[in-house]
Design a protein around this ligand. Structure first.
Ligand code: GLV
Length: 300
């Protein structure tokens, strides 16, 4: 079995993937893009993590494109992606658990004003805040896919008043108006791009918190900065950005009410995800329906 393995891994990540994939499928050969191009007809499936646009062109034998990322927006933006080949996104329980941890950490820190204490420390200010209880906090999780569901379950277990929203569900504005913290775990699609704009932010109660763990393009940055500067938004935890790495000099870096993470809320964990990917590839090669197929028209 010859498979293409292609992504923007650093050397350490690639070594981890190769080790985990070899353990999951000892009989398979994982080819780099150059190796695969030497005999393109032999390549049966592709495992990809943000591959350069055009990478998947010219492989007539491809039976599955398995993303090693949960979000496939970058892949779908590649107009040369072969349209007839099924595309599957990564669903990795370890990744869901990592995302739930990040959502819980951010919510806890907002609940107990730990971001404000960190800000006060930098200013040499000794001042206490009210000690809110978890059950006092109304948390809205946008997105009810794998990660949204895992995050919401963990927040509910911790005692937060937790609600979930999906784009085809109930109206969003009334939910925003009664949410102290909003956690974004939506897929990035044409319908969700720019969702977090001035109208969205002004629907929140004054001083609410925003946690964006999905994609930078869900947010209109200028609107977010204006909401932070007016106090309408109390704090933003941002893991994802329009341009990554976040350019030096971007106002988010130094903003006292923004916590920046380097797209680190939840990585795909090769120790579990390699087996997930290979089970899906093997299903496709047996002629079975692979799991977690992307509906391209829908965008996820
Ligand atoms: C990370 O953002 C992913 O989509 O896996």
């Amino acid at each position: 079995m010859k498979l293409l393995l292609c992504g923007d891994f650093d050397a350490g990540e690639e070594a981890q993937w190769r080790l985990a994939l070899a353990a999951a499928a000892p009989q398979a050969r994982f080819l780099s893009l150059d190796e695969a191009r030497a005999d393109p007809a032999a390549v049966q499936a592709a495992l990809v993590a943000n591959p350069p646009p055009g990478s998947l062109q010219g492989f007539p034998g491809l039976r599955l494109i398995q993303s090693l990322w949960a979000g496939v927006d970058r892949l779908l933006a590649d107009t040369s992606l072969p349209s007839g080949v099924p595309l599957a996104r990564m669903v990795d329980p370890a990744m869901n658990a990592a995302m739930a941890e990040t959502a819980l950490w951010a919510t806890l820190a907002l609940q107990r004003d730990f971001f404000a204490y960190a800000r006060n420390q930098r200013a040499g200010v000794w001042r206490t805040h009210d000690q809110r209880r978890a059950q006092d906090l109304r948390v809205l999780v946008l997105g009810q896919g794998q990660m949204g569901t895992a995050a919401a379950a963990s927040l509910a277990r911790q005692g937060y008043q937790t609600r979930g929203w999906r784009r085809d569900g109930v109206a969003l504005v009334p939910l925003l108006a009664t949410s102290d913290v909003v956690i974004n775990l939506l897929p990035l699609t044409a319908a969700t791009r720019g969702l977090i704009d001035a109208a969205f932010l002004s629907a929140l109660p004054f001083g609410a918190g925003l946690v964006n763990l999905a994609r930078g393009a869900h947010v209109v940055d200028a609107d977010l900065l204006a909401a932070l500067d007016s106090g309408q938004l109390g704090h933003a935890v941002l893991d994802v950005f329009h341009t990554e790495p976040l350019p030096s000099g971007h106002p988010f870096w130094q903003h006292p009410r923004v916590t920046v993470l380097p797209h680190a809320a939840a990585f795909t964990d090769p120790r579990s995800a390699a087996a997930v990917a290979m089970a899906n590839v093997q299903a496709a090669l047996r002629g079975e329906m692979p799991a977690h197929l992307v509906e391209r028209g829908r965008g996820y």
